[in-house]
Write a protein that binds this ligand. Structure first.
Ligand code: MCF
Ligand code: FE
Length: 407
């Protein structure tokens, strides 16, 4: 058991309550939040004291969408046009993933942790990341990816997916949770999406998918005949869109699904707020989509949104604080302090609730995933969330399940 004293505690609860000069008593879960003196009186005999009286405590971040297998990419993949990027992925993905194996992936997990991330959603395309994630100490929702558009290879795609999924299942525990990712409406035939969604429903698995990321994709699904068709001709003789945007979403009915990107969605009321959430990758969208997610439309529909880095396939950094800073710059119409608070909340408690994880908030009974930031002077508590994002390259300490992470 430990007693941790902090200058400020950002609870990240619904009201974004900030506590001043309080202590958290915890083992793998949070036992009590009270005055330091009372904590010492009650638990002092058995507890270790962690004195961070000048520092700030907040829940660890959740980064629900990364592609660690693309960790070797620096300049191989082309940015600035989605189709060019996609072609460069097809050409280089095998090599990139081989290069990423082990060292590069481990290094990026370290970078994630150092930036305060306690949980990731890993989109696994090949399965070379399974053991590394399972042994990494970072909590992982492991989204086994399925895709395939050529009708001749549907069974093969499904079987390959099942093999990877079953393998990942061997590592299941509270820190490694197998799940599914249907890659996207342009790359995944309807039969595969149906099978994957039925499988997820039957086995109570979380789902993730890339949706309406580019103008090309939007036009293609709307029935337009654009460059996307030329590109898809590589994979099948007479490519036709498998879905309309609406019919794609219908597959995910009553299935807890993270819809990633969605920058070309006009009306978010098509989603079910109970089961669906939007994963926002601001930097990735800047590099590939040439469009920014309209947060006001999302707020108007009451759907939950969360913040993710995507992989180094479409980002220059998996440091979560870099991504939060980028959000502050990219969404330049937002009120700075209010948006900073929303970013922290949507990277902790809001996402945890959606994913069904009992963490993301500093309150009694929650799993003790939190980080310590170097403290600073603030004249107004309203500045704290903003300055945490602006002033920190990394956290001072990270605890996952109550244990201090070594890095
Ligand atoms: O999220 C970004 C951009 N959108 C789509 N896919 C990916 C991203 N980063 C990596 N990918 C992967 C995806 O998982 O690239 C492949 C898939 O395996 C593209 S489809 C051949
Ligand atoms: Fe992605």
């Amino acid at each position: 058991m430990k007693i941790l004293l902090a200058k400020y505690i950002l609870t990240c609860d619904e009201n974004f309550t900030i506590l001043h000069d309080k202590a958290v008593v915890f083992d793998d879960k949070i036992i009590e939040i009270c005055d330091f003196k009372n904590a010492v009186k009650k638990y002092g005999n058995e507890a270790e004291i962690l004195d961070y009286r000048n520092d700030f405590l907040m829940p660890a971040f959740i980064n629900p969408h990364v592609h660690l297998e693309f960790s070797a990419n620096r300049t191989t993949l082309e940015y600035g046009d989605f189709l060019k990027w996609l072609k460069s992925v097809i050409n280089s993905r095998d090599e990139l993933s081989k290069e990423a194996k082990n060292a590069a992936i481990k290094k990026q997990i370290e970078i994630l942790k150092k930036s305060g991330v306690g949980t990731i959603g890993e989109i696994s395309s090949f399965g070379i990341d399974t053991e590394i994630c399972a042994n990494s100490g970072i909590r992982t929702i492991f989204f086994n990816e399925i895709l395939g558009s050529n009708p001749n290879f549907i069974n093969q795609s499904w079987e390959k997916f099942l093999t990877r999924f079953e393998y990942s299942k061997n590592f299941t525990n509270d820190m490694f949770i197998p799940a599914i990712s249907v890659h996207s409406p342009y790359s995944t035939a309807e039969i595969l999406t149906k099978k994957a969604c039925d499988f997820a429903r039957k086995n109570n698995l979380l789902m993730s998918t890339h949706f309406l990321e580019s103008g090309y994709e939007r036009e293609w699904l709307d029935g337009g005949n654009n460059d996307f068709k030329k590109y898809l001709l590589k994979f099948s003789e007479n490519p036709k869109p498998f879905y309309t945007p609406k019919s794609f979403i219908e597959h995910f009915k009553e299935l807890r699904t993270l819809f990633t990107h969605c920058v070309f969605v006009d009306d978010f009321s098509v989603f079910d707020v109970k089961f669906h959430a939007i994963t926002h990758c601001a930097v990735s969208n800047r590099f590939l989509s040439a469009k920014t997610l309209d947060l006001n439309k999302i707020r108007a529909s009451n759907i939950n949104y969360n913040i993710a880095t995507d992989g180094l396939s479409s980002n220059i950094s998996l440091n979560f604080l870099d991504e939060l800073r980028a959000n502050l710059f990219i969404h330049d119409n937002e009120n700075l302090c209010d948006f900073a608070r929303e970013l922290l909340q949507n990277s902790t408690s809001e996402t945890a609730k959606f994913l069904g994880l009992d963490l993301g908030e500093i309150s009694i009974g929650k799993i003790a995933d939190f980080s310590i930031f170097n403290g600073f002077e603030v004249s107004d508590e309203n500045q704290i969330a903003l300055q945490i994002i602006l002033q920190n390259k990394n956290v001072k300490k990270l605890f996952i399940k109550g244990k201090l992470c070594e890095f």
